[in-house]
Design a protein around this ligand. Structure first.
Ligand SMILES: C[S@@+](CC[C@H](N)C(=O)[O-])C[C@H]1O[C@@H](n2cnc3c(N)ncnc32)[C@H](O)[C@@H]1O
Length: 260
């Protein structure tokens, strides 16, 4: 019997680099993303070949060479000292491409493991002449750990992370005590973490973790955030994933934290 393409791929347990944080916190254990495939259209391939070399990077997963890949933000964006926001799990980049033109003073870096999603965003960036977006292909936790120096980010966004609804898959959820600790370490003091979910059970999971990280002050979802928080918090657009949730009458929950 022929195996379906997904299961024919090599099993990949845990994260690609098997990072050993060993700090007693929980980190997501991903089992599935290496199974995700997808092809690009000829047009997307062409756009990718032409633009990825200057607008994109791929996380180096080779344990021998992976340690030294911290991004020089000023050099990559070709400007000095601008605030930087990282969006983890940008999907097809719908929110990224809608928000970036409203925050041109900010460097925006979309991190995604799914190449067709990045290709869509790349197309939107190129077509739209959006100059403040760059992309990284790789697992967001490893990317944060290896590609960003501590105290360098002004914002981290995680919009509609995969909910992993089955109890035995909860360990794969990206919001965990360890991820929150890592994000806090990459944010500058005053930097903002913004998370949104439409999944009631994931929201309960996040509710349990809102104060787990000492370096993150939980702000909730304040009414006056537009004046009190130094990054754009209006997501501008309903993404495909969000839309599916709304169709099922899901309630959107949004969370903000500030690095102490
Ligand atoms: C439910 S989708 C949401 C996409 C997008 N944020 C939106 O609102 O439409 C979750 C996305 O996160 C990506 N993802 C999951 N785990 C990730 C990880 N560890 N690092 C980077 N991206 C991840 C998935 O490939 C998927 O595109």
């Amino acid at each position: 019997m022929d195996l379906p393409p997904d299961t024919a791929l090599p099993a990949h347990r845990g994260r690609p680099l098997q990072t050993e944080f060993n700090d007693g916190r929980d980190y997501p254990r991903l089992g599935s993303f290496s199974f995700r495939r997808g092809t690009l259209t000829d047009n997307q391939e062409h756009t990718w070949e032409e633009n990825w070399p200057h607008l994109g990077r791929v996380l180096d997963e080779n344990p021998v060479t992976a340690s030294d890949q911290v991004i020089d933000l000023d050099s990559w964006f070709g400007r000095t000292g601008h605030p930087t926001i990282v969006e983890i799990g940008s999907g097809t980049g719908t929110s990224t491409a809608a928000m970036a033109p409203l925050e041109t003073d900010h460097n925006i870096i979309a991190v995604e493991i799914y190449r067709p999603g990045l290709a869509k965003l790349l197309g939107a960036v190129v077509r739209g002449g959006i100059t403040n977006v760059r992309m990284v292909k790789g697992d967001g936790v490893e990317v944060l750990q290896r590609m960003f120096a501590p105290d360098t980010l002004d914002g981290v966004r995680i919009f509609f992370p995969d909910p992993w609804p089955k109890a035995r898959h909860h360990k794969r959820r990206i919001i965990q005590s360890g991820t929150l600790h890592l994000i806090a370490s990459r944010l500058k003091p005053g930097g903002i973490l913004h998370v949104a979910t439409d999944h009631a059970d994931y929201a309960e999971w996040i509710d349990e973790l809102v104060t787990v990280e000492d370096d993150l002050e939980y702000l909730g979802w304040p009414e006056d955030r537009d004046t009190t928080v130094p990054v754009l918090t209006d997501r501008q657009i309903i993404t495909k994933f969000e839309g599916k949730g709304l169709d099922k009458d899901h309630v959107i929950r949004e969370y903000l934290w500030r690095r102490r």
